[in-house]
Design a protein around this ligand. Sequence first.
Ligand SMILES: Cc1ncc(COP(=O)(O)O)c(C=O)c1O
Length: 354
Amino acid sequence: MSHQIIDFRSDNVTGIIPEILQAIIRENDRYGDTSYGYDQTTIALERQLRDFFDYPVQIFPIISGTAANALTLASITPPYGAIFCHEHAHIHVHECGAAEFFTGGAKLILLQGQQGKLAPDLLDQKIRTLGKGERHSVQPAAISLTQATEWGAVYQPDHVTEICKVAKKHDMLVHMDGARFANALLALRCHPGDITWRAGVDVLCLGATKAGAMAAEVVVFFNPKPVENFGYRWQRSGHVLSKMRFLSCQLQAFWRKGVWDQHALQANRLAKNLADGISQIPSVQLVAEPDINEVFMRLPKHMITQLQSQGVLFYDWPFPDPDHQENLPLIRLVTSFATTQEMVDRFLGLLKNI
Ligand SMILES: Cc1ncc(COP(=O)(O)O)c(C=O)c1O
């Protein structure tokens, strides 16, 4: 029996999938290509993502999701602008004010919503009451949504379309944080265009790191207008890597059929198995059926302590879910391409025995 640690802290505590490691090794054998993103690998990646989205996208590989989000939001929001997002959005909770910093002071306006999702009606109402054209108010500029959400839920294509309609009505642009886009896309089983450009999304921060890259995300513009502006910000913030091809080759290897979908399948399937097992145990509560690779559960404090004392790793989830009045602590369990059924079974066994 394997003694692999049960680590459900995040999908970024993992290593690198073999397809990406091999791509880096192959890239290392190539010599004499251009630096700063003008290389053949980056050019081929753009072609590949144009095919993938079936749209003439313009792309910017980048090292982290935080940088992708912050620079993108800066390219679509003036310093006096307002960005509407969920109150638990990563850009608000976990990026140390990067969006506010890179925009030069734009304001995040936080909204509540089920499972991390924005509700179009509430969004519309809040934007209408902001004071468009009124010099005393920040000006509505962008809506940011996360696909899949920070609560591990996916937006259906119609829902994205409704949000984008609100944005267009108020002359705003739409940013999508796609740190877990692969997991979402697999869960939705739709064309990537259906939850992005066809729905009206202007720019997507498309992740690969959590799904198996060493470090690689890519900003994908569907709307060409902010592209020039973004390019300068990308360079100015020190994100144009001189050996960009090593970033691009990771994305190239990942966004291929049979790679992104197979690895996301493993993560999503094991989260489902975990949730199924949790729902059989009387003293713990599953918050919701997971759409992707994140499972949220409530359990008594002494059970948390015992799991931790047996070496199981996971994070507390600091946000109470609004629908639930009980005071049981909430934890988040994240599976990944590296999770095995054996880890899931061992975790459930420990939980049952407490
Ligand atoms: C939804 C979401 N967006 C963005 C990020 C940021 O990614 P990075 O850690 O690469 O900056 C994360 C990372 O946890 C995330 O969960």
